[in-house]
Design a protein around this ligand. Sequence first.
Ligand code: C2E
Ligand code: CA
Ligand code: CA
Length: 573
Amino acid sequence: RRRLRAEHDLAASARRYALAAHGAHDGLWDWDVAAGTVYYSPRWKEIVGCAGTDVGSAPAEWLGRIHPDDRARVEAELFRAGEPSGSLLEVEHRVAHRGGGWRWVVARGVRVADAAGAVTRMAGSMSDVSERKRFEEQLLHDAMHDSLTGLANRGLFMDRLERAIAHARRRGHPFAVIFLDLDRFKVVNDRVGHLAADGVLVALARRLEGCVRAGDSVARLGGDEFALLVHDVEDPAVVARRILHELRAPFEAAGQQVVVSASMGIAVSSTGFTRPEDALRDADAAMYRAKGRGRARFEIADAELHERSLRQLALESQLREAVEGGELRLHFQPVVVMETRELVGFEALVRWQHPVDGLRPPDDFIPLAEQTGLIMSVGRWALREGCRQMQEWRVAYPSAAGVWLSVNLSSRQFLHPQLVHEIMAALADTGFPPGRLRLEITESVIMDDAAAVGLVLQRLRDEGIGVAIDDFGTGYSSLSYLHRLPLDTLKIDRSFVREMHTDPTLEAVIQTVISLSGNLRLDTVAEGVETHEEAAALQRMGCRIGQGFLFSEPLEPAAAARLLAGREQRTGA
Ligand code: C2E
Ligand code: CA
Ligand code: CA
């Protein structure tokens, strides 16, 4: 009797369920397991594309339409043994539509079980969730792909790389990662505009796909950075060469022919990576080496590079802490009138007071800071600290009033949209006057993005801040080009000064630079003056101002203060 009651209650709940499902525009089904028949409602038939046809009542009408990959899962859920009567079921699966293709449906229902726990009857609904599935798949796809090129994005690439690493370790399937970065893509951007440049990236993506086999992947990591994962190749250099070859043909952009070149770094699985980040980092480091060796080429990461990139990684985190933990210092190198040795400026040069290694020179960490973006915080600190220190001296020593402060800016800093704003804030907060500040930038900054640079320079000029071209002569800019930009100072690179005496043509070059610089009304400062002969020769050629070990090395703040105090006594007497 109790069983009958249960059957009765269940029938009632199944009816309610069916009614609700009907209202929700879901298909209905009622399966008498013992009899081997199923009732399918008209809406159920419609979902599988059989509206109005004679579907019959065989369970196979449903089970037979289920996608082969889903079928076992569906049957396991429907006939789950040991469930009490009234247990709910829910399963999502694909069914074959009569018109072709697959539909995603979700079946929900209740089970009736006998005393032994075997399912005797079940009833419920079926709803078409294809739309939702499509949407979910789209979202999933979007989350893993680059919207511009349709290539895998960094996340998906790292997933695949992780799988490749596991495969390589378990079954010895070798792979290689190629990190690709376009050379001077900014120039293309400037020439043809962003939209057309995007078109070049898309076309490049297709060419890269053409350079690898079906199971390999090509990903866009961001901007003009791409990565390739190639499996089971004897020699990944072959792939890199193929890419270099593919890039020889120009791209069509905004009606123009554009040629782009790329630098690539390759990491191979035999290095024994355990984490995808490590493989990508080595490939990245090799790519940097390729850039350093002249671009439009590739380099393969070796043990030495691997070691170095590990050291760099450690250094990066140390440097991050150094910036926050106050381990950076500024030294101040006097800039003088060579003839009288009168102090006219200081160049602020950053140092790292390392707790173990002692004082580290900037060449040890500035390049890394530039690569990782840490340069932004290093540079921000140097600018503020320089202004603060100088202002302190200005208050203490009135003779410091006319002394200017030079601060070095890396290209990344210079093109930062907040640059002028941040400088003005640093000046306002410290009280150091804009007219006494000079920013030193290198020629490469100017060459990178001429239009943007011109705007920033003009804004700095409007604020009264001076700008010097540092290391002049090491880049490619011509003086005729410089004259169109609002600049104040030209610093002759110390390599020129050093080799001046051994090479007469170099002396002629320096002479020309000094004369033209004067014609452009720029201050000319000679760097790295170490001997009296150099100083004398430079002065003969018309360069009055110099900086170098002959006059003074960069000084720690206390020594710089003593210098100012000494001047005080002399001038004050
Ligand atoms: P730089 O701007 O060309 O700075 C001048 C460098 O030449 C300094 O090296 C200085 O110590 C050195 N020097 C000065 N006089 C002589 C000389 O007579 N002979 C020789 N052989 N060298 C001389 P330092 O301090 O090691 O700086 C190296 C570079 O690090 C700088 O070159 C600059 O590019 C970069 N740097 C330094 N501080 C900063 C900073 O705050 N921000 C950025 N972005 N870069 C910085
Ligand atoms: Ca400098
Ligand atoms: Ca310099």
